[in-house]
Design a protein around this ligand. Structure first.
Ligand code: FAD
Length: 578
């Protein structure tokens, strides 16, 4: 389906059942769920899809082993069940990954206890994990992961969760929502809430940030799905507003794979404060994360500080002592905000429509529904609860035909259509290579399979008619120019950063973070969208600014940590949303 932003903007004028503010995984999940139930839906996103936390996570679809420590079996069951569902809905994006959990003589965790936990973890998935766990002896660990600290190693359980591409999961969910009739407009900001004479929210005034135009969108229900911006939206037309969130910042750093060569994700405890961290293999790269510090600034301004990077380097050096990591080894960084829920207000301004959990659907006395907290992994369940609440809300004011319950778990995302019975990604890559032959090389076909799934076939076919689209964006890397056309014509991208950060990941994976590719991408967008020179230049500069922010740690002094680690005693914050 081709996405015409102008048409979408025009369609935004019509009254809808549900207006969603925010195009992260939660917002697009709500839009898809509501559209599948036959509701008229519009979604506005102030920047790009997945601009916020949904492109800045640890990129795992996981049960949350650590919840077992707090006996939160329900949460784990929910998450491992979702892991199963998402593997079925998007096998190209949600892929099994082995996690090694080394236990040493001095570890806080005892091996016998962890093994018991592993049985429980497998049991809660009804033994339908990709593979059941097994515990490796030190010799086997040394054979599989020679770089890992071996002295005093007692053993290491190996278990399976899934890795994903968070931004892609968001984009594909949005694509499916749009195919089902949702109107989605990016670079479109909700500026004010519209209210009726009784103060009930009945829409929003939105600003097209590309043209400066505004319009009023009337809706029977408005959903605030703005993650770390939740409080900013709640405060849009209120002088006083008690914060719902207590956001914390999480940072990841990226190494060349050859610098940190691991076959499995490694789970470790930070030597300083015993926080759980992951080192995750990521194709030609490996990333390590995450930190967890209170954050009070503007969402979007968060970045990795020198202290954050040092904290992660310290853990890396403790677990891989021979490798001697330094700040110069860090290729790229990213920082995101966990939209953690602050203790609820006691002033009666909101009715909690769900029990206090890691996510909450809050219905304000003015009818505004806010969905806060949560995880990438459970986004479908959160979305379903939110749409249930929206339908209940509509029913309170008007007759509504029965809309049934959520069916988002039954139908695949677009890239999983015609998925092969056997052979998975390898078979899809072969199909893509065949479709794009002789222009699309195998490394590009493999990248396409794990990026677009079966949609990669049509992206590859672009090169048949226009072989110049097979040009590589960065010499030696698999990303090609055809992806720019695809992003702007079919995937809601409107600018250089959208493409280099969230559609291709060159920002994270390329040794030069995609800086060299930016002029070529801008030139292609100029040809497609008719940009003038000034727009090209400002797009390139905006991307350069994003890269500079992610590299700011390089020029910062290594002072004491400015942002305080989240209080360990705070139970809710300790249940980090990852
Ligand atoms: P966001 O993705 O932040 O989306 C909100 C959107 O609203 C933004 O795009 C923003 O631009 C938009 N917006 C804001 N204001 C307006 C406005 N006025 N008008 C229009 N649009 C607006 N979960 C997992 O399951 N697995 C993990 O491995 C994992 N790791 C994590 C690691 C870290 C460091 C962090 C921070 C989180 C992690 N999480 C993980 C949690 C998960 O990433 C988040 O819960 C999820 O991405 C939140 O999505 P969201 O849609 O609620 O918010």
């Amino acid at each position: 389906m081709s996405i015409d932003r102008n048409q979408m903007w025009c369609a935004l004028g019509a009254d809808v059942d549900v207006l969603v503010i925010g195009g992260g995984i939660t917002g697009v999940g709500v839009a898809r769920d509501a559209a599948m139930r036959g509701l008229k839906v519009a979604l506005v996103e102030q920047e790009d899809l997945a601009y916020g936390t949904s492109s800045r996570s640890s990129k795992l679809i996981h049960g949350g082993l650590r919840y077992l420590e707090h006996y939160e079996f329900g949460l784990v069951f929910e998450s491992v069940s979702e892991r199963q569902v998402l593997q079925r809905l998007a096998p190209h994006l949600v892929r099994p990954l082995g996690f090694l959990f080394p236990i040493y003589k001095h570890s806080r965790q005892k091996l016998w206890l962890l093994r018991a936990g592993m049985w429980l973890y497998d049991g809660l998935s009804l033994f339908r994990s990709y593979k059941s766990h097994r515990t490796l002896r030190p010799l086997k660990v040394a054979e599989l992961e020679p770089a890992l600290l071996q002295s005093d190693l007692v053993g290491a359980p190996l278990y399976y969760d899934c890795a994903t591409d968070d931004a892609r999961l968001t984009i594909e969910t949005a694509l499916d929502a749009a195919e089902r009739g949702a109107v989605i407009v990016t670079r479109c900001c909700a500026q004010a809430l519209l209210r009726n004479d009784h103060g009930q929210v009945e829409g929003a005034r939105v600003l097209d940030r590309l043209t400066g135009a505004t319009k009023e969108v009337r809706a029977r229900v408005v959903v605030n799905a703005t993650g770390p911006w939740t409080d900013a939206v709640l405060a849009l037309d209120k002088e006083k507003h008690r914060p719902l969130l207590r956001p914390t910042k999480g940072v990841h750093i990226v190494f060349d794979y050859d610098r940190l060569p691991i076959q499995h994700a490694v789970v470790c405890f930070h030597p300083e404060d015993e926080r759980v961290l992951f080192a995750i293999p990521w194709g030609d790269r490996t990333y390590v994360g995450t930190t967890d510090t209170d954050f009070q600034g503007e969402p979007g301004s968060e970045h990795a500080t020198a202290e954050d990077v040092q904290y992660l380097l310290d853990a890396s050096n403790a677990y891989f002592p021979e490798l001697d990591f330094r700040a110069e080894d860090v290729l790229s960084t990213w920082a995101g905000l966990r939209p953690l829920i602050a203790p609820p207000p006691k002033d009666g301004s909101v009715d909690e429509s769900s029990v206090s959990r890691e996510h909450e659907v809050l219905v304000g006395t003015d009818g505004l529904i806010s969905i806060v907290g949560g995880k990438l992994t459970t986004y479908r369940l959160m979305s379903a609860e939110t749409v249930d609440a929206a339908i209940k809300q509509m029913g309170a004011h008007a007759e509504l035909p029965q809309r049934g319950s959520s069916s988002t778990g039954k139908e695949s995302l677009p890239g999983a259509k015609d998925w092969p019975e056997e052979g998975g990604l390898a078979v899809v890559a072969e199909r893509i290579a065949a479709a794009g032959a002789p222009h699309v090389a195998l490394d590009t076909a493999e990248l396409f399979a794990s990026t677009y799934g079966t949609r990669g076939i049509s992206v590859a076919k672009r090169c048949l008619e226009h072989p110049e689209l097979a040009a590589r964006l960065v010499p030696g890397r698999p990303e090609i120019l055809a992806q720019v056309d695809e992003a702007v014509q079919h995937e809601f991208a409107t600018g250089v950063s959208d493409i280099l950060i969230r559609r291709t990941q060159l920002f994270f994976r390329d040794r030069n973070q995609g800086l060299g590719a930016a002029p070529g991408v801008a030139a292609r967008l100029q040809a497609i969208l008719g940009w003038d020179e000034a727009r090209c230049q400002s797009e390139i500069e905006a991307f350069q600014a994003e890269v500079a922010l992610s590299r700011r740690f390089r020029s910062e002094p290594k002072a004491a940590r400015a942002e305080q680690p989240t209080a360990r005693a705070d139970q809710r914050a300790a249940r980090v949303a990852e």
